[in-house]
Write a protein that binds this ligand. Structure first.
Ligand code: SF4
Ligand code: SF4
Length: 354
C-alpha cells in the first residue's frame, strides 16, 4: 500500500487544481436513471444539503446528465460536475461536450473524461491528433471544459495514460475487493498531480461493510469516491462514513476479509457495460438478487423481487454477448444457469417464482 496510506485523510480533498475542494463523498450518476424526475430532484437536493459537491455522470447514462442539470445548474459555483463520453474522435467528442452542456444547463463542465479507456489501442485512438483528447483540449481552450480526465477499469492502461497526457484526474474502480489501483496507479497519479476518483467504491452495492470500506480506500490514497445513490438514506449513511477516516485496526481488517470471502470472485460491479441483453435480462440486478439470496440469506426478499421480473436466470440464452462486454469476464450463462438450478433445488414447495 502507498506510504500515504499511513496518514488520516481530511473530509475534503483538492481533487482538481485551483477548483473548490471536494467532499470526499461524491455522487455517481448511474442509479438516478431509475428515479422519476421528482424523486431525482429530492435525492440530489439531499446530496447537496449533506455537503456533497462532486457529482459524476456520463453521456452514456441516459437521462442522468439532464437530472443533474435540473438541480445543480442553480448551484453552479458551489458544485463540481463531471461527465464523460465514449467518443474516441475529436469531432464526436466535441459534439458530446455540447450535448452534455445542454443537458447540464451550464456553459461549462468542471471535469470531462474519456470514458472507459480499456486497451492500448483505445489509448492510442484518444491521444491521436484527431482523437478525443484533442477535442477536449479545444473545448478547454473555449472554456467549456475546465479539466480533462480519464476513466477505465485497467490501472495499467491508466498509468500509461498519465505518462502520456497531463490528465487532471483519473477514475478507476477501488474498494477493498478491488485494490489493483493502489499498487501503481495511485502512486503514479500522485507523481503526476492527478486526482483519484474511486468508481464502484462499494462494489456496485455488494459491499455491506461500507464504512470500513470507505475508510480503507481513503486511507489508501483515493481522493473522492462516487457511490451511486438513489435514496436519501444512502446519502446520509455514506456522508456519515466521513466522520471517521482513521486507518483500520486488525479486527476491522479481519471484518473486511470476512466480507471478501463471503462475496467471492464472481461478483458483479453493476457497471452495466454488459447491457443491453438481447433477451431482456436485467443482468446486474440478477447478480444483486443472487447475492441477496445466497450470500446474505435474504431469500424471501430476493424471491419476491425475482417474481416481479419479466425475464430472469432461466431466460438466459447463453449467447455470450454480455460476457464479451464485461470488463471482469463474468460468465453469465454459467452463473445464471447455476443460480437458477440452485434456487430450484433450494426453494420450498409453494414459494415458486414462476
Ligand atoms: S448470455 Fe444470457 S444474460 Fe448474457 S446477453 Fe446473452 S442472453 Fe443475456
Ligand atoms: S456483469 Fe460485468 S459488465 Fe455487467 S454489470 Fe456486472 S460487472 Fe458490469
Amino acid at each position: 500500500m502507498a506510504e500515504r496510506g499511513r496518514q488520516e485523510p481530511r473530509r475534503t480533498a483538492r481533487l482538481l487544481p485551483g477548483a473548490i475542494e471536494a467532499l470526499r463523498m461524491g455522487m455517481g450518476g448511474i442509479p438516478i436513471q431509475r428515479l422519476g424526475t421528482g424523486d431525482a430532484d429530492r435525492v440530489l437536493e439531499k446530496a447537496v444539503d449533506s455537503g456533497i459537491n462532486f457529482f459524476d455522470t456520463a453521456r452514456g447514462y441516459t437521462d442522468s446528465e439532464s437530472k443533474f442539470g435540473r438541480v445543480l445548474s442553480r448551484l453552479r459555483q458551489k458544485v463540481l460536475i463531471a461527465s464523460k463520453s465514449f467518443s474516441r474522435g475529436a469531432a464526436e467528442m466535441r459534439r458530446d461536450i455540447e450535448t452534455t452542456l445542454g443537458n447540464l444547463r451550464s456553459d461549462y463542465v468542471d471535469l470531462y473524461q474519456c470514458h472507459n479507456v480499456a486497451s492500448e489501442a483505445d489509448l492510442e485512438r484518444i491521444l491521436a491528433p484527431d482523437g478525443a483528447v484533442a477535442g477536449m483540449v479545444r473545448a478547454r481552450e473555449q472554456g467549456k471544459v475546465r479539466f480533462i480526465g480519464i476513466s477505465g477499469h485497467k490501472p495499467r492502461i491508466l498509468v500509461q495514460a498519465l505518462e502520456r497526457f497531463p490528465f487532471a484526474a483519473v477514475q478507476v474502480p477501488a474498494n477493498f475487493m478491488e485494490t489493483d489501483a493502489m499498487a501503481e496507479l495511485i502512486p503514479a497519479a500522485r507523481r503526476c498531480g492527478a486526482g483519484v476518483i474511486a468508481m464502484k467504491p462499494v462494489g456496485g452495492g455488494n459491499i455491506r461493510e461500507t464504512a470500513l470500506n470507505f475508510r480503507f480506500i481513503f486511507v489508501n490514497g483515493v481522493d473522492v469516491a462516487i457511490p451511486g445513490m438513489d435514496t436519501e438514506a444512502q446519502i446520509a449513511a455514506n456522508v456519515a462514513a466521513l466522520d471517521d477516516l482513521s486507518p483500520l485496526n486488525e479486527a476491522e481488517t479481519a471484518r473486511l476479509q470476512a466480507e471478501k470471502e463471503r462475496l467471492g470472485e464472481r461478483f458483479c460491479r453493476r457497471c452495466e457495460y454488459c447491457m443491453p441483453c438481447p433477451q431482456g435480462l436485467p443482468i446486474s440486478f440478477l447478480h444483486v438478487l443472487r447475492n441477496y439470496y445466497f450470500v446474505y440469506d435474504l431469500k424471501e426478499w430476493a424471491l419476491e423481487r425475482l417474481a416481479g421480473l419479466a425475464r430472469t436466470y432461466r431466460d438466459c440464452a447463453a449467447c455470450g454477448e454480455c460476457v464479451a462486454k464485461c470488463p471482469y469476464h463474468l460468465d453469465m450463462p454459467a452463473i445464471f444457469r447455476e443460480t437458477w438450478e440452485k434456487i430450484q433445488a433450494d426453494r420450498r414447495p409453494g414459494t415458486a417464482q414462476d
